[in-house]
Design a protein around this ligand. Structure first.
Ligand SMILES: *Cc1c(COP(=O)(O)O)cnc(C)c1O
Length: 231
């Protein structure tokens, strides 16, 4: 893989455009979220200079550290969120992708109310029913959606999933298709005027397949920044 972030982005943007066309859409219909976890600020700034304007992190602490140093971007929390940490990020993120319980939603609603804002959230679904993964089980989703829909300071914008780690993205196609069907089914129920428009799925290994199956937001780290090194 190229170590040139700008070239990586050009390549990914081309692939996104092709996959979007295959699903009857255009490049502009898909949001590319740059996943900047473990990446140092100067590297992230290169991506921002090359056009990335929304960044995703999976740890609260890492958003707090980078928040002041990188301007003119929207931050997304994409990793598991503990209720006791909601207060630190409530006024710093544009979208929380990882809401997986009514209890967590209740806490976000409370903090959003205290801050005088409406928080946009996605519900995380454990679509492959993996032991190791967070997320709501598909058969519990409708019940949880209707409960979370009652919170006045939350807006449910859609669903998110972290699909299984696979060598070939094609292996996740049926999971992505099921995710899209869940969105369609929920919208068909017209729960308290919920209209889901965001489907956050697809990472470096499988984003093209995810888009072909209906993703509106892909979360890409390695494909932009190269491999991550954990100290
Ligand atoms: C790390 C991460 C990504 C990006 O993964 P890559 O394979 O590096 O593109 C996407 N979503 C979540 C939730 C992540 O934690």
């Amino acid at each position: 893989m190229s170590d040139n972030i700008k070239e990586n982005l050009e390549y990914i943007n081309k692939k996104i455009a092709i996959a979007a066309e295959k699903s009857g859409r255009v490049r502009e219909d898909i949001l590319l979220l740059g996943v900047s976890k473990t990446i140092e600020v100067p590297e992230i700034k290169k991506a921002v200079d090359a056009g990335i304007d929304e960044l995703g992190e999976n740890r609260v602490q890492e958003i707090l550290e980078k928040y002041e140093k990188i301007e003119n971007v929207k931050w997304h929390l994409i990793g598991h969120l503990q209720t006791n940490k909601v207060k630190y990020i409530i006024d710093k993120v544009a979208l929380i992708h990882s809401v997986d319980s009514v209890r967590l939603a209740e806490e976000i609603n409370k903090r959003a109310y205290q801050n005088g804002l409406i928080m946009d959230i996605l519900l995380e679904v454990n679509i492959a029913d993996e032991e190791s993964k967070f997320g709501i089980k598909p058969d519990e989703l409708f019940d949880i959606v209707s409960k979370i829909a009652e919170f006045p300071n939350l807006r449910i914008k859609g669903l998110m999933t972290v699909a299984p780690f696979v060598e070939n993205g094609e292996e996740n196609r049926l999971y992505f298709r099921r995710m899209k069907q869940l969105v369609v089914d929920i919208n068909a129920k017209s729960i308290n005027n919920i209209n889901m428009e965001i489907l956050s799925m697809g990472m470096t290994g499988d984003y093209e397949v995810a888009i072909e199956e209906g993703a509106t937001l892909v979360r890409i780290g390695t494909g932009i920044f190269g491999p991550r090194f954990y100290a």
